[in-house]
Design a protein. Structure first.
Length: 138
């Protein structure tokens, strides 16, 4: 039995234990046995798609022409499973119905950005047929 001292390095102790465990021909686990190459390739594709989506969001909601509506006393309906966090800008909702003092917006597709502080709704402009904006007459 090995007695541990407070000065023993935990990493060195673990390494020594691992060497003893795999002596005698036993193989250490490697990523090949778990589909590591395929997993790495699929994660790379997923990350490339995510970056392309973020570039598209930036072009539509930040860099391009936009309509910004204030949010004061709003209520909205959306699918929470479709919400996409967008860096520090807020959240993109691909579909949305939102009501506020100024009126109603229905987003059938194409998305809307609600700012991270919940004070602004940003839409690509000009609005396509995927957006129905109804302003209240007050």
């Amino acid at each position: 039995m090995h007695h541990r001292r407070p000065t023993d390095d935990p990493a060195r102790l673990w390494s020594a234990a691992a060497r003893r465990r795999f002596e005698g021909g036993a193989k250490a686990p490697h990523s090949e046995g778990y589909g590591g190459a395929e997993l790495l390739a699929s994660e790379k594709v997923r990350e490339e798609k995510k970056q392309a989506t973020l570039r598209e969001f930036r072009a539509r909601f930040i860099d391009g022409p936009v309509l910004v509506l204030p949010l004061r006393k709003f209520s909205f309906e959306m699918n929470p499973n479709e919400a996409v966090p967008f860096e520090s800008f807020g959240t993109i909702f691909p579909t949305l119905t939102l009501r506020d003092e100024w009126g109603t917006i229905v987003v059938k597709r194409g998305g809307a950005l609600i700012s991270s502080d919940w004070t602004r709704l940003t839409l690509p402009f000009p609005l396509s047929e995927d957006y129905t904006l109804t302003l209240d007459k007050r």
